[in-house]
Structures are given as C-alpha cells and as structure tokens.
Design a protein. Sequence first.
Length: 80
Amino acid sequence: MFDFVVAVNDERTLESNFARSPILRDAATRVHLQRGYRCAAAAYNAGLDAATNEFVVFVHQDVYLPSAWQQAITTAIEQA
C-alpha cells in the first residue's frame, strides 16, 4: 500500500529511528533509501520515480513510525 522514500545521509540515525518502524515488516511496504544525493529534494525525486504503490510517503531518517501509525494514516486517507 505504501512506498516510503527516505533521504539518507546518516546510517546511525536511520537505524536508530525509521529502520525500527513496525510498518516496515509489512510485505506490501516498499522502502527507497536514497543515499548519495546532493540534497533531499533530489533524493525524494529519484525515490518518487521508483515508487510503485498507490501512496508515497516522504520520511526523514530520524522519524520513527509507531505501530498505530498505519491504521491512523489509512483511516485519514479513507476519510479524505
């Protein structure tokens, strides 16, 4: 259902935060870790080009998405 695009410039921050998010265990989730770009905008554009799921979420590497996040965003999308 989701593609996540993450601009990565600090592996420790990524592993301590976003990489621990429970939603990443969902087989339908695709993650595009964009490394080596000169700016976040370029990384996000490349990730968007690679995305195939219905929804694309741009996430900072220092964000942790708790287990309730998926249900909350799904409900918000349905209401919209």
